[in-house]
Write a protein that binds this ligand. Structure first.
Ligand SMILES: Cc1ncc(COP(=O)(O)O)c(C=O)c1O
Length: 431
């Protein structure tokens, strides 16, 4: 094993991270190679900096006018130079400050600095590289973002242990969650868990009490002597529409909960800032008892994973987002978009209250995010999807032939009633 990997592992020797690492996680390190020599030169090379593979003229990177014209508010350095592997330092600081503001329960807890990744998918995939071995089981509800399957099963050769997302009362299935996490921990000696709220595809966010119960369940499994990695996939963070929902990330309830619980928050601008194609995301770690040196070691491990796959995230994305977050009306503009989505959500709710569902459809609980789902009983969700598409020109998503996911986020408010009227009509016709 490389001595740098050994050094990082020694720093983490007394933490659950070392026991939770995959083989790759144990082996990975951030080399003191080109990038760190170049960073050193950036500080000290006052005469000539002949370190890095970029083309400079008079201290600035060369930039084509054709590019510069597209990005008038960015300096050449911000537009075309490589960003550091862990991300632009000011952007990371700024996101961390926002994170504390958005999650008061963190209450100044010691956390890693957010490490920049090119979107949440990359964040989850990198964490899988760091922590998931072949044949490991990852606890995921039965209703989940299908890309987890590709990441965990196909890329990592891992498996998923499912529990039904909802209980019979239409709340988060705490009992099923507890049973599955505990069984997985006992079988594998550790538990790997993904939590995604607001959830895709259900559009459900747990209540505050359910959120606290999730944290207590994980604490109790950890207290039995099992290490737990919890990935909080916060893609739709901030889009809670009801007061009773947990408005903070579940990460905030776990980041300082137990020495055996390593919480990893995957979040970013994709949906929070309405920039889906920018590919701006973050991974932040939190674990009770870890201090700066532990977090730096974890950041370095993740940087090794990044360096060995995508090397670094795009610079223009990071600088544009940094400037946007610092813009005086950033929060106000975001609130306006949230209100737009809230109105669509309320229109869906109103429609469903006024119109009884066809017998073959059941509306599943939803209170947040972009989506809601119907459960299909006696008809096949894929057949319903195709009927909606081919007969009425309406696109929806069928999941496991059982659920029909409707993204009300992407339909104008004035079209929502018509959309749902057509879904009901099409479901009757599929009987
Ligand atoms: C639950 C969930 N996680 C992660 C992502 C991926 O986000 P990104 O586009 O930033 O990779 C999505 C996108 O649809 C999602 O629904």
């Amino acid at each position: 094993m490389n001595s740098l990997a050994q050094e990082l592992n020694e720093i983490l020797a007394d933490t659950c991270a070392i026991r939770l690492f995959s083989e790759a996680g144990r082996r990975i390190y951030f080399p003191k190679g080109i990038l760190s020599q170049s960073a050193e030169a950036k500080q000290k090379a006052h005469r000539y900096n002949a370190t890095i593979g970029m083309a400079y003229q008079d201290g600035s990177p060369l930039i084509l006018d054709a590019i510069k014209e597209q990005l008038p508010s960015l300096q050449a350095e911000e537009a075309v130079a490589y960003a550091p592997t862990s991300g632009v330092a000011q952007f990371r600081d700024c996101w961390q400050q926002e994170l504390f503001k958005k999650n008061p329960s963190l209450n100044g807890a010691a956390l890693s600095l957010p490490v920049v990744v090119p979107g949440l998918t990359a964040g989850i995939s990198f964490l899988a590289d760091m922590f998931v071995n072949m044949y490991d089981a990852v606890v995921v509800p039965d209703m989940f973002w299908p890309n987890y399957r590709l990441i965990l099963e196909e890329r990592k050769h891992a498996t998923m242990s499912h529990y039904p997302f909802f209980n019979s009362k239409g709340g988060f299935n705490l009992e099923g969650f507890e049973k599955t996490v505990r069984a997985s921990a006992r079988q594998n000696g550790k538990a790997l868990v993904i939590l995604n709220f607001p959830n895709n595809p259900t559009g459900y966010t747990p209540t505050v009490a359910e959120g606290q119960a999730i944290a207590s369940i994980l604490e109790s499994v950890a207290s039995e002597g099992f290490d737990i990695l919890v990935i909080a996939d916060d893609a739709y963070f901030g889009l809670q529409y009801e007061d009773m929902s947990l408005h903070e990330s579940i990460f905030a309830l776990l980041a300082n909960k137990h020495e055996r619980i390593l919480a990893a928050k995957v979040d970013g601008s994709t949906k929070e800032d309405f920039v889906w194609g920018f590919r701006g995301g973050f991974v932040t770690f939190g674990c009770k008892g870890m201090d700066r040196k532990h977090y730096e070691a974890l950041e370095k491990k993740l940087m090794g994973i990044i360096r060995s796959s995508i090397s670094s995230s795009p610079s223009p994305t990071q600088y544009i987002l940094l400037k946007a977050i610092e813009h005086p009306s950033y929060h106000e503009q975001k609130e306006q978009f949230k209100q737009l989505l809230l109105k669509r959500y309320q229109t869906v709710k109103r429609f469903l209250e006024k119109h009884p569902c066809p017998s073959v459809l059941k509306t599943l609980p939803f209170n947040s995010g972009y989506f809601m789902c119907f459960e299909c009983n006696g008809i096949n969700a894929e057949i319903l999807r195709l009927h909606l598409l081919n007969t009425y020109g309406i696109g929806t998503i069928s999941i496991q032939e059982k659920w029909l996911r409707v993204a009300f986020s992407s339909v104008n408010e004035e079209h929502i009633e018509d959309l749902y009227a057509h879904i009901f009509k099409a479901a009757e016709e599929c009987k």
